[in-house]
Design a protein around this ligand. Sequence first.
Ligand code: ADP
Ligand code: DP6
Ligand code: CO
Length: 325
Amino acid sequence: MKAAAKAHTNIALIKYWGKRDDALILPMNNSLSLTLDGFYTTTAVEFQNSLSADRFYLNGRLTEGTAYSRVTAFLDRIRDVAGQPDRFAEIHSTNHVPTAAGFASSASGFAALAAAATKAIGLAPNEQELSMLTRQGSGSACRSIYGGFVEWEKGTEADGSDSYAVPVAPADHWNIKVAAVILSSDEKKVLSREGMKRTVDTSVYYPAWVASIPDDLAAIKDGIMAKDFEKVGAIAEANCLRMHATTLAARPPFSYWQSTTISIMQAVQDLRAGGVPAFFTIDAGPNVKVLYTPEYEETVRNTLRHISGVHDVTVTGPGSGVSYI
Ligand code: ADP
Ligand code: DP6
Ligand code: CO
């Protein structure tokens, strides 16, 4: 009744932003991501007969509040599927990624938890079933089941049975680089869940966001298969800007950006003006990921490092899917 798993985070190139069903976590739009080698979570789960409630330790600390209730609610799903409603677990999870800072800790966190918990309780889901289950912990997490480039199909069924991730191209398909530019590891004020809900409910730009997805998605998949870096980068950057624009039109309006976020975006656009193909994308937080190809490593890294307000630049690349440890 014990298992441990490791899962990497992913960076969305076409963002998941908005749910059509909050409880089942069914998205409004398909999304597409790259699983990242450098950032991951390891989680160990042990179901114990002596426990009358779950105990969840994150980075060595016993949690309570929202972080705890999200985990127990997710384990309730797994207990339900396993037909073992009264078995509780002790969970130890370590994030090798900043928590709740826009680095997709919820993606690596729930993917690792889903893999470890299902195994510990005696289930043996295939990857598609695991992705579908993982989705119900955190939407972006369903993509971290697979390595490389991954699409989350929104599905059309009301019960979510056709909403899961599918692999687009494996990690070794294309060696592109991702520089994670860290200006703040503070927890965000508006969690992804709350931010996307407010946007769906109140932003006048939201319908335009949803309408823009199919073209982006078709074009970026062509670009990935053809290894057309400029095409993939340009679509990802434009998609990111469109997602963040929706938050500015929400009521009350909000933004995940800080002043340094904008400095980094401008530096990347300046690199391009100088002939270096680099593109940025930003999830729900102030930190920026910069995409580039290996031959520009020196230039990109040096440029990013010297921007005022930047604390750290970590270079990574495509990573693998979930694994047991
Ligand atoms: P992020 O950008 O880090 O994904 P989110 O707002 O999407 O930020 O999610 C952060 C939340 O994800 C945390 O507040 C916590 O509830 C949950 N989370 C983070 N890491 C883990 C983990 N290792 N195991 C379970 N839940 C986690
Ligand atoms: C901006 O998957 O963290 O990173 O499903 O409510 O847990 P919940 O939200 P989450 O949202 C991720 C939003 C995003 C874009 C993306 O990863 O696709
Ligand atoms: Co998240």
